[in-house]
Design a protein around this ligand. Structure first.
Ligand code: SF4
Length: 249
């Protein structure tokens, strides 16, 4: 089974999941998107309002900022996989509860074990603490850590959440500085960002027939269109001019 097929199957499970109460008030699940073969995975906290509306991670103001930061290091959204600790939106964007994290993170684990990225960039303390439980974001942001996690050799780079940066100028400055350090952190470890776009071509054209039932099962099909029997990954739609409220980091 290809990474794409496995992520589709996971998205279907997430869509039908009732392991915690968050599915009840959510509009859409937000499993993650778009590159099933990404070498860099971003892990945030939970879907916000626009993510819940669209079923796509990191849209809205925080997603717009993430795309701008990616552009600063010559990376496109199609080059990476972006997801969250929680796959359904907590009411009013409140912080995830421990039992919700426990219930939901097996999906994140299966996503990562499928994609097998080299680098995981955590956005905010909840994502960071999933991999590095005792760490403090104020002390560890921008500092890479090599870990063996579930058999995967990962380079974890903790960063502040973009939503936090939108509310605090100092956090914005630190987030920008941390992003600009990414190339010099990862290139000595054999990952060259200049080749990321070539690698993502495989994610753009998926030589895979689909049907309506399969399509409905894709929690992340908000980023995909059906064209002559093939699935084609579309860039995320333009972010909405919204600054999300609530605690996201
Ligand atoms: S947030 Fe996660 S555990 Fe809770 S219902 Fe959604 S997919 Fe299931």
């Amino acid at each position: 089974m290809s990474n794409q097929e496995e992520l589709i199957r996971l998205a279907s499970e997430i869509k039908n999941c009732q392991k915690c109460p968050l599915y009840k008030a959510a509009t859409n699940p937000v499993p993650g998107a778009p590159n099933p073969n990404a070498e860099i995975v971003f892990v945030g906290e939970a879907p916000g309002y626009w993510e819940d509306q669209k079923g796509i991670p990191f849209v809205g103001a925080a997603g717009n900022l993430l795309d701008k930061l990616l552009a600063k290091i010559s990376v496109k959204r199609d080059d990476v996989f972006v997801c969250n600790i929680l796959k359904h939106r907590p009411p009013n964007n409140r912080a995830p509860m421990p039992d919700e994290i426990t219930a939901c993170t097996p999906f994140l684990k299966r996503q990562l074990l499928t994609i097998k990225p080299k680098v995981v960039i955590t956005l905010g303390r909840f994502a960071m603490n999933y991999f590095i439980p005792e760490a403090y974001i104020s002390q560890t942001h921008g500092h890479p850590m090599s870990v063996n996690w579930e058999g995967l050799d990962l380079l974890i780079i903790p960063m502040y959440h973009p939503a936090a940066a939108l509310r605090n100028g100092q956090v914005m400055k630190q987030l920008e500085e941390d992003f600009l350090k990414v190339p010099e952190i990862i290139e000595p470890r054999g990952l060259n960002l200049r080749y990321q776009s070539k690698r993502s071509v495989g994610a753009k054209i998926l030589n895979q027939k689909t049907n309506s039932s399969t399509e409905k099962a894709h929690g992340f099909l908000g980023s995909r269109i059906k064209t002559n029997g093939q699935l084609v990954v579309k860039p995320a739609p333009p972010p909405e001019p919204e600054i999300e409220q609530g605690k996201l980091f």
